[in-house]
Design a binder for this molecule. Structure first.
Ligand code: TRP
Length: 373
């Protein structure tokens, strides 16, 4: 309904017959009219994602997430954040926090994130996050928070530290996202429930106080989100699984070769054009990520003709993996030692993020009714 129509309606004779309903109606229509015209940030669509500063980046993170970010920074207004506050919910000991934050920033930059294109910042540097988190906590219910799968898991693993921050983890994540009125959130499957909750909280806010936030949605470049299998043939590469089956971007050349050579194989196919067992298919999948198509085709042909030599294949894969990982690792180390550069990155990122946050928070305070003069 346009403002003019609302205005007409408010002055119509239909009203004023039922004072209670009228006042409610008035209230909501006023809210609609008060709605700022331009709630969406102008220009490019906004993308937001967070990276927890725990653990080292591995090949699965690279192909499953970071590669997406690198592409998105060319097309969208991107905010990529190190979730240091989130890490406090499970890691109260902060002895290694600084080192971890430096490392996660360095690794992401080494993978291609560009601090001049995206806003690359630390969550704790943008205080507006905490303020929005507080408002959102008033509309997040205990029941729904307790049902969150990640909460239940963490509470089970650490029964002695079931703190309120852990319970409201998805509320803080929502604040991160909607602080920039982000529309796209590139995350993996494990974050789907959190994103669903972010949509609920954003909608709840909009209904209660007026339209301020777009509904954030998960985003990935379709089939380019490849699943990276682990080296032991069991599931995908992840930091919590078998360390030796996961290739980290910080692994040195010898370790990479050793891990690849340990990948599970067998005596080879018994007949031509046989279906590959999972663990063999996985080696081919990994090869497709880092080797040339000719190399992959050669081994496919060998497999189909039953004369594949897995030792040779793994040697080749090891070399191609080394070629892929080494430049990233070396770049990450160089950045990690350049504290001046890292500081500049964090300052520049925080400045961009604060600017966007400031605009949103002015809308938020006004919508809630915290503007007294
Ligand atoms: N919870 C996310 C994870 O565990 C990290 C995260 C924090 C995040 N804030 C975010 C992801 C905002 C996307 C958007 O990986």
């Amino acid at each position: 309904m346009s403002s003019v129509r609302i205005q007409e309606f408010l002055s119509s004779p239909y009203l004023h017959k039922h004072p209670v309903h009228d006042s409610l109606l008035f209230y909501y229509l006023r809210r609609l009219m008060d709605k700022p015209k331009e709630t969406l940030p102008a220009g490019r669509q906004v993308v937001m994602s967070g990276i927890r500063p725990t653990g080292f980046l591995h090949l699965g993170n690279y192909f499953g997430a970071v590669k997406n970010y690198v592409r998105m920074q060319e097309e969208f207004e991107c905010f990529f954040m190190v979730a240091d506050l989130h890490s406090l919910t499970t890691h109260p000991d902060t002895k290694e926090l600084k080192e971890n934050v430096h490392r996660v920033l360095s690794e992401n930059i080494a993978c291609g994130l560009d601090p001049d294109k995206a806003a690359l910042y630390c969550q704790s540097h943008v205080h507006e996050t905490a303020e929005l988190y507080l408002y959102l906590n008033m509309m997040a219910y205990k029941g729904e928070l307790e049902k969150t799968v990640t909460f239940k898991e963490k509470a089970r693993l650490h029964p002695d530290n079931v703190n309120a921050g852990l319970l409201t983890y998805p509320v803080l994540q929502t604040a991160d996202i909607i602080l920039h009125r982000a529309f796209y959130v590139p995350v993996g499957k494990d974050q789907e429930q959190h994103l669903e909750m972010a949509r609920n909280f954003a909608n709840r806010f909009n209904h209660r106080y007026g339209e301020v936030f777009p509904e954030p949605q998960a985003f990935n470049y379709g089939n380019e989100l490849v699943k990276v299998p682990s080296l032991d043939g069991a599931g995908k590469m992840s930091k919590s699984e078998n360390q030796f089956a996961t290739l980290y971007l910080s692994d040195d050349d010898e370790l990479i070769r050793k891990k690849v050579m340990k990948a599970k194989t067998d005596a080879g196919p018994a007949s031509a054009d046989a279906v590959k067992p999972d663990y063999i298919e996985n080696i081919f999948l990994l090869m497709k990520l880092v080797s040339t198509p000719e190399t992959v085709n050669q081994f496919e042909a060998d497999y189909n003709k039953c004369n594949i030599r897995y030792g040779d294949m793994k040697k080749q894969l090891g070399e191609d993996m080394v070629k892929f990982i080494t430049p990233i690792r070396e770049k990450a180390i160089a950045i990690r030692h350049d504290h001046k550069y890292l500081r500049e990155v964090m300052e520049k990122g925080a400045e961009k993020a604060r600017k966007s946050a400031k605009t949103t928070m002015e809308l938020v305070r006004q919508a809630i009714g915290l503007n007294y003069y």
